[in-house]
Write a protein that binds this ligand. Sequence first.
Ligand SMILES: Cc1ncc(COP(=O)(O)O)c(C=O)c1O
Length: 357
Amino acid sequence: MSSPKLFAPGPIDVSPETYAAMSRTMIGHRGKDFEALYASLRPGLQEIVGTTRPVFLSTSSAWGVMEGALRNLVREKVLCLCCGAFSDKWFSVAKSLGYQADKVQVEWGQAIDPELVRAKLEEGGFDTVTFIHSETSTGVLNDLEGVAKVVKSFPDTLLIVDTVSSLSTVPVKFDELGIDVMIAGVQKALALPPGLAVFAVSEAAMARAAATSNRGYYFDFLEFAKNDEANNTPSTPAISTLFGLQYILSKIAEEGLENRFARHARTNAMIHAWGAKHGFEIFAQPGHQSQALTCFTTPEDFDLPGFIKALKEKHGFLINGGYGKIKGLTFRISNMGNETEATMQELIDAMDEVLAG
Ligand SMILES: Cc1ncc(COP(=O)(O)O)c(C=O)c1O
């Protein structure tokens, strides 16, 4: 049975070419072939992350490294910047690990105001901050530059940034902004099957990790750094996915990162225009809307389940009906990954046809 094409905000559609790249003959991870594969990924990953630091590969979903980053960095007290399902959950995860956790909470659909972050940090005692760049549940793109600037003005406070649904759709600039840990899963804009996360760690964060006990093994940043020096990973990685990543990075190099950002801006604008034409309001506050996905408010008289079902059954396209406490009240359409104006137009034509009845 063929599955619908995914226009949901992750996992997203994986191209046949990517699957083909992933189906190469298996290699062992403690040999020269693997070291060459690992080394070949570094420049492309460094470019999309905006760093000269290593970019580590974790065979886990993003949450593994999100939790791991807390275990490596938090001494006592963490501040979580909360504006949607994933950022709110990070606060619960921090508490579940036994840390003192506090939060800046804004209404879902709003972006984090850097000045709220400053006011909270001025209360003192926070050694770590968690922050989500693109809050996939609400479609908000937060002000990474503004928040990073504020956190950097508190010298002993480290900034962990989730770029799960923003990496490779907009610039991240890890080094320039002084981010301490940046994490993304490959099932979003990198258009790979789930199961792999990529992350970078600043020198300051590495020093903090070295001075932190109970880091565990699987997500120990020092293990990743030690193995990276030998072009390797601490434990057996998802090698097929790395073959796929090698292919995707070659496609990004071919397209050019700036062109990739521009393509995401254009395909995202097409969905905004489609929504405006039909009177669907964007859930995220103006000026802070993700370029990777769009979250629309569901009008009261709109049969959202019927719309999603017809789109899937008649046209073979899957969009997503909202997440967390706004499930049903919103719906989300992704333009991440390999989508072009032509493929987004196919979706738009299909959605128009369903709406026309
Ligand atoms: C912004 C954001 N953070 C974290 C996650 C969790 O990622 P994973 O399911 O790969 O652990 C997601 C998943 O959708 C996400 O969108």
